[in-house]
Design a protein around this ligand. Sequence first.
Ligand SMILES: *Cc1c(COP(=O)(O)O)cnc(C)c1O
Length: 322
Amino acid sequence: MKNLTLPTYEDIAAAAKRIKGFANKTPVLTSRTVNNEFEAELLFKCENFQRIGAFKFRGAMNALLQFNEAQKKAGVVAFSSGNHAQSIALASKILGIPATIIMPKDAPAAKMAATREYGGNIVEYDRYTESREQRGKEIAEKNGLTLIPSYDHPHVIAGQGTVAKELFEEVGELDYLFVGLGGGGLLAGSSLSARKLSPNCKIYGVEPALGNDGQMSFRKGEIVQIDIPKTIADGAQLQSVGKLTFPIIQKNVDDILTVEDEELISCMKFFAERMKMVVEPTGCLGFAAARNLKRELKGKRIGIIISGGNVDIAKYVEFLSA
Ligand SMILES: *Cc1c(COP(=O)(O)O)cnc(C)c1O
């Protein structure tokens, strides 16, 4: 990547202004049941109510709004089977920028359809024999398109940082903040906002135990690469954190915790039953970790980012009846 400058809080503040009117200001919800159970105050920042159903729309919109005329005309390319694909497709549709989305041949039909509906031109690849990074680079170079990755880009990180910025501006300082971790765009951005707006807040990144590359990297002090993890948290099914996100996380985050897939399912049930919300497995990471730390959290004010709500309905029913 040409521009390796790490984003700062100022970039997040600029991103917030830029995406205002495009991205939703999502609600902060509370549950008396949860507060009683924890003997604490938990504040849920609900990005499952963001456009496309996840926070990723913020980063995509912030990146595309900074394209110059030539970039706008040539278009954007992204590779993703999930929320980033839909975010780029919708953001590019809003701005009239042609979008090419590289998706695995065997991506869920519903996700492909949603991406197509938003106007994305889908290029399929075989995830078992082809590298999507390679494919993305080829397509970008051949056609002069700008590649926007799902996390390792300063404009994407700055956009994702607006979630925590909004949360702190609405509820004030917090003692703890729990954030799901995949490639680290959301966690890096959140940590920059937290350090600025609530400097004493403890920040925990949370990963599925089946794919704890971020935790290993954090403890080792260098990026650790793993095989594609087999977790139900598909938004965190990544092999490593990013080259840009990692140093920000290292500097600002207190620790990386892990949770089991069964704990994510238990949280999905809780959100459905008690808070009347559909939350995808990856969106449950933060709350699942907080549940394991109840004793430490007693009497505190705690922010939980619910990162998304996109889950295949048939799978969702299976999870709830498991
Ligand atoms: C992408 C995603 C994550 C992880 O975000 P990163 O910026 O890659 O760490 C978490 N939850 C949901 C719902 C996502 O779509």
